[in-house]
Every structure is written in structure tokens, then in C-alpha cells.
Design a protein around this ligand. Structure first.
Ligand SMILES: Nc1nc2c(ncn2[C@@H]2O[C@H](COP(=O)(O)OP(=O)(O)O)[C@@H](O)[C@H]2O)c(=O)[nH]1
Ligand SMILES: [Mg+2]
Length: 303
């Protein structure tokens, strides 16, 4: 299966809700046309503010283009939804100095951080890169076990300590090991106890400064993992994490399990942080690179 088909398949639930309704609204084109489009977008969790904006823009565009066909209007709608997303910069290293790409995964419990760490490791491995995993969620023994299992399955080393150990110390060991062994990518899993915000903030800060000190030449990505099935609650998690960590990108998980995948657009409009990957299942190859155009097309069009 090609990557495009895989993205389409992963977004099927959202497409089933959105694309067919959009098609029939364009086909009917009655007096409720704009209102109906707005309702469809809201029902997919694009969010009331963004949905209103997008529809107002469509209306203005159609006024300026009275001879436009339905297809042209739909293409315009597609384009304005795509434009919501910021242009992501590449995370290729700009310097040739040695230093691994360090990825720190943050987010609340249960969103899919550990699974995403495994999936990312698998992805980089497939690209021919060497990877090391760091089990810095030391809060629960099960989290360490879970990451060790991924490491075993993928044949990737996992740096870990005992449950309850200092997460920053695990991060330190992970970065040290990656440098010592000349490894390309270090992926660090963390705990996400948002209810103890002060602790979490100082924990992430400490991990961040250790990475900065131990790998000063390394590109560092702080990726916030968000569960797409929790709808608009993901927005408040984004708001919170932006305050406590230098979030550089988003990963939206569990898009396979929701018909409200439009939340990705609501998130993109809320803060200009690029979405890097989407999760569409529990397996190693169920993490897909995010591309705004393909994403919007996959939920807006039946074919
Ligand atoms: N369907 C689906 N399940 C996922 C996805 N990502 C993670 N999960 C599941 O979500 C649950 C929590 O994941 P976990 O990685 O332990 O979350 P963490 O607490 O943030 O580390 C597990 O059962 C995962 O298999 C995804 O993209 N799709
Ligand atoms: Mg975990």
C-alpha cells in the first residue's frame, strides 16, 4: 500500500463523515449551502471559529468569482483549509558537526507517547539511521517495560533505569550513549503528569538543559503527542504544554479511531506549530508523515 492510500485509510472515519456530506451539499446547493458547510466542519471538530472563518472566506471568494464551477469552489475550500497549516521547516541538520537528532516526546498519559517512540524508532531504522530509545518515563514500571518491548522487537537499544529514577538522569545517559556510539537519532519518552504542572515543568526543563549541555550541536525536537479522539480537549493540552515546554512540533495519534479528525486544523490555527506525524493504528508502521495537502484532501474528498 502506498503512503497516500495509507493516509486515506487511516482517515476513513473522518472522511466518511465529511466528504460525502460536502459532496451532497455542493450537489444540492440550496439556500443553506454555507451554513451546512459550516455545520459539517464543526461536526468534524474543526472548531466553530475556524469553521466560520473558512466558510466566510468561501463566500467572499464565490462573490468575486461568480462564474466558478462547483469543482472550483471545492478546490478553493480545500486550499483555504490547507493554508491553515504553517509551512514546516525541515528538521534536517544545518550543521555537519557531530551530534544526534534528539527527539523528546511529551504529552499527558495515555495519548500514545511510548507507542509513538517505538513507531518513530522503526521509521528512522527503515531510513537506514541508527536509533536509541530513552525510557525517561520512570514514573511507572509498565512504561519502561513497554519501551523495552519495542526495543526488543525493533532491535534498538533502550537506555533505562529503575522505576522512580530521575528522568533527567535517563535523558543524560541516553544522549551520552548516542554520542559515544555515534548514533543518529535519540528518542526520549517522558511521563506526562499534567496534574502536577510545577513538577512536570521543572522535570522537562531539567531534561532540556541536560540535552543542551550534553549535545550542544544537536538539533532538538520537542514533539507534543496529542490524542485526536479527545476532540477539543486536545486544544487545552496544547495550550498547557506550550506554556511549560518549548514545543517544536505535534504528533496527532489515534486518527484511525475518530470521525473528528478536523481537530488537527483547530490545533494548527490555535498555535503555529507544525504537525510532524499522525498515528493511524497501534503497529510500528502506523505513524505517517503529515502533509497538509494530503490530509485535507483525504478528509474532504470521497475519491
Ligand atoms: N488506534 C490507535 N491506538 C493508538 C495509537 N497510538 C497509540 N495507541 C494506543 O493508545 C494506548 C496508549 O498508548 P501509550 O503509548 O501507552 O501512551 P502514553 O501513556 O502516552 O505513553 C495504547 O493502547 C496504544 O496502543 C494510534 O495511532 N491509533
Ligand atoms: Mg508511556
Amino acid at each position: 500500500m502506498g503512503i497516500f492510500d495509507k493516509i486515506r485509510e487511516g482517515l476513513q472515519k473522518t472522511r466518511d463523515k465529511v466528504a460525502r456530506s460536502i459532496e451532497s451539499v455542493f450537489h444540492r446547493r440550496d439556500s443553506r449551502f454555507y451554513q451546512e458547510i459550516e455545520e459539517i466542519l464543526i461536526s468534524a471538530d474543526v472548531g466553530p471559529v475556524v469553521s466560520k472563518e473558512i466558510v466566510a472566506e468561501l463566500q467572499a471568494w464565490e462573490k468575486g468569482n461568480p462564474g466558478a464551477t462547483s469543482e472550483e469552489s471545492l478546490a478553493h475550500l480545500e486550499e483555504s483549509l490547507t493554508k491553515i497549516f504553517p509551512q514546516p521547516s525541515s528538521w534536517e541538520r544545518s550543521s555537519s558537526r557531530p551530534g544526534p537528532l534528539v527527539i523528546l516526546l511529551v504529552g499527558v498519559n495515555g495519548v500514545g507517547k511510548t507507542t509513538t517512540a517505538g513507531k518513530l524508532a522503526s521509521r528512522f531504522k527503515e531510513e537506514g539511521k541508527s536509533v536509541i530509545l530513552g525510557a525517561a518515563d520512570t514514573f511507572r514500571a509498565a512504561a519502561i517495560e513497554q519501551l523495552l518491548k519495542w526495543g526488543e522487537r525493533l532491535d534498538v537499544p533502550v537506555v533505562h533505569q529503575k522505576p522512580g529514577a530521575d528522568p533527567a538522569s535517563v535523558a543524560f545517559d541516553t544522549v551520552r550513549a548516542s554520542r559515544a556510539r555515534g548514533i543518529d537519532v535519540a528518542i526520549i519518552d517522558t511521563a506526562g503528569r499534567l496534574q502536577n504542572k510545577q513538577n512536570l515543568m521543572s522535570e522537562l526543563k531539567k531534561i532540556g538543559s541536560i540535552i543542551g549541555r550534553e549535545a550542544p550541536d544537536s538539533p532538538v525536537e520537542v514533539l507534543l503527542v496529542l490524542d485526536a479522539t479527545i476532540g477539543q480537549n486536545a486544544l487545552s493540552q496544547l495550550d498547557e504544554f506550550i506554556k511549560i515546554a518549548p514545543v517544536s512540533g505535534l504528533i496527532l495519534t489515534k486518527l484511525d479511531g475518530t470521525s473528528r479528525g478536523g481537530v488537527v486544523m483547530a490545533l494548527a490555527r490555535r498555535h503555529p506549530v507544525p504537525v510532524r506525524f499522525i498515528g493511524v493504528g497501534e503497529k510500528a508502521d502506523d505513524l505517517l508523515p503529515f502533509d497538509p495537502e494530503t490530509f485535507v484532501r483525504s478528509i474532504l474528498r470521497t475519491v
